[in-house]
Design a protein. Sequence first.
Length: 718
Amino acid sequence: MSDFFENDIKYLKGVGEARAKTLAKEIGVANFRDLLYYFPFRHIDRSRFFSISELHGEDLPALQIKGQFISFSTEGEGVRKRLKGIFTDGRKMIETVWFNNINYFSSQYRPGVEYVIFGAPKIFNHVYSISHPEVELYNPEKPPTGFRGVYTLTETMRKKGFSVLTLRRLIAEVIKMPGFQQIKETLPAEIVDRYHLMPLKEALVNMHFPASHAEMQKAVERFKFEELYYIELNILRFSMERGAKIRGYAFSRIGEKFNGFYNHHLPFALTGAQKRVLKEIWADMKTGRQMNRLLQGDVGSGKTMVAFLTSLMALDNGFQAAIMAPTEILASQHFAVIKEWGDKCGINVALLTGSTRQSERRHIHEDLENGSLNILIGTHALLEDRVKFKNLGVVVIDEQHRFGVAQRAKMWNKGETAPHVLVMTATPIPRTLAMTVYGDLDVSVIDELPPGRTPVTTLVRWDNGRVEVDNLIFNQLRLGRQIYIVYPLIKENEKLDLKSLEMGYQRTCDTFVGVPVCYVHGKMRPEEKEAQMEKFVKGEARIMVSTTVIEVGVNVPNATVMVIENAERFGLSQLHQLRGRVGRGADRSYCVLMGKQTSGADTKKRLSIMAETTDGFLISEADMKMRGPGDMEGTMQSGMPFSLRVANLAKDGQILNRAREAAMAVLAGTQPLLSEGAAPSPNEKIESPIRLNDYEIYMTRKELRLRFAKDVDWSLIS
Ligand code: ADP
Ligand code: MG
């Protein structure tokens, strides 16, 4: 009976061809499995009745009210015809409305009889009204107990007479069938036991018809666990396979170059976090497996020094190092710093970007191939075919989101031993997300800033604070400092009432007369953009007006003010990135979040979090909790990380940990992969790909596929 799940929904009592079509089309329910796995998004306590006087505000959830109908009347003509019922709980009244099957409903319910009505009240013409409520007789001898599920239904379904009640009846019907008892467990029995999970059948019943709150929670937990378990299994398996296929160099010593610099030329004492991270990196590079590590460190946490010392580890083993940055400006900034460090201990460092002159380029190519060049810093130019290393041992990629896996893979040839890879990012990714989404990377975190930083003073100001903000800018300009002003959009958009960059540029020039202003936005050509950036970096322009394109990595220590217009439009993580552009020098710095006066309480709370903390990880956790993981700017472009049905990465970190542990045990060979006869999962279909940075992720429960989204040959690495 293993195909009980596969039974076409149309054979279920009360369904038939027409309804089956609707179910399939509207909510993707085509067979028994789909129906059983069509979980409620919420559970309602059946013993809890609301009184109408308790209802406040808009956006109310579906709820139960007990009472009687006072009267029914039909209103409107033709398609607008509707049945209106006035319902009272004995004190106040609420409207109920039906738009179809009017005759049926008007004959169905009688005034003077006690009912329980169920639905989400909405305000129409200043009164609460429930359209197409579910109505049940209330029996005082047997008052309702337990919990009931609330399901998502589409408008079309409601029009065709489907209610939550219908759906529940169908589900109950399937559960009653003898075949249901034959359903096989989909998790290995050992795992069900070890993690005290509710068995499948019981969990399915309790998802839909829980007898108690505790049982409902056990059921939900089981499905969350199962979902995360299979995701982890896939990701871990993927990374193991990759690890097995790609050989890495086994570095054996830390020698003269590293120790020489470390003991005699280190310009500052490393923070504890920097030291720890370096140990983690060294431990990777010793193994003979290719290092593939993501280094997360807040802006200003000192990742550049880690990149340099990592390079020295390669040098000491007779290898070269490459450091890639996403823009010429960033590459030049890295070069300036690292060249100075390298010069102190006789290390050859060169810079290669799109604008490197031909003659110099030739030199670099030569020196690379004969091995006299030790560290090459640059942009995408490093990926050109002509760039050939003698023996590249480690690649450091700064600001990870601009480079994809395929580009990483381009640094070495197929079949060769791969250089170690260290990817550095300032985007703080919450641990749960990093574990799932970047499961193929090991993660190190620099969670400590170098001592002696003056934290950036963050101010939240509304439109009426404009003069104060202008004065702050004037004062800082007078002190010789530079200013960033960031806008959310390029062009005026009346509908959203956003201040545009163009308007802002004009206003800035008009307000700060005679002060040189430059501007940058995403629609500019790269050369134009770099030229404008350059002006600001060199101090020729004192104010930079821009969109969020300046987010990544630029270091102008003389900039002390970051004004963010329409701050309510940005995600917290993004605000944090922007704020990181100031406070890089010794002077006191300011970040001003200009918000809209009329913003809601949520927005005000979000902005106040920014004023309260400068900890990027706290901010990104808060961001994820408030916005949901699918919404994290700077981490993902769009969409949920995976189509999770029940689990929530923001909240289910603990379950994720256990699921990951279980998956690891399976892959270590101490557990069977699946129980015998396990049914295929409800997630079997290939979901539409999820975009994540440069990847597209396709996932089914049986496999995970990553594809580089930009027409680059992904097979290079897989
Ligand atoms: P990020 O992690 O944002 O790339 P950087 O590497 O640019 O940060 O470092 C920011 C600044 O902090 C640089 O001026 C760097 O020299 C300095 N710095 C880095 N590590 C330390 C340290 N351990 N002690 C003091 N200053 C440090
Ligand atoms: Mg940096």
